[in-house]
Design a protein around this ligand. Structure first.
Ligand code: ZN
Length: 109
């Protein structure tokens, strides 16, 4: 049993993410720990690893650059296993298609 360093959930199915990107990841969060081999690590639950992979996919596909060029797209939405940034109009259409009315979006920034 361990505690996920991202969400705090207690889980027995630990994942250790190891990263190297020539950046001191401790500047992003003190949750990253530098390993003797120079890699940065963080222990997560399976769900948080899935979220990390979704964000990584979103970035690799060039969507972060697209989002930054559309600052009104500040609502992250999980769609088909990945995170998509939507503006208010897109979010309202998305929730209406899903029959989810009356919800308030969680905005970034
Ligand atoms: Zn977690």
């Amino acid at each position: 049993m361990f505690t996920c360093q991202v969400c705090g959930a207690n889980d027995q199915d630990a994942r250790t993410l190891k990263l190297s990107c020539n950046y001191e990841l401790s500047e992003i969060s003190s949750k990253f720990q530098k390993e003797p081999d120079g890699l940065w690590s963080i222990r997560t639950c399976k769900d948080c690893r899935g979220n990390f992979l979704a964000i990584l996919q979103y970035w690799v596909e060039g969507n972060l650059a697209e989002s930054s060029s559309h600052p009104d797209r500040n609502i992250p939405v999980h769609v088909h296993g990945r995170t998509v940034m939507m503006n208010t109009k897109e979010w309202e259409a998305h929730t209406a298609r899903r029959g989810e009315t009356g919800r308030r979006p969680h905005r970034l920034g």
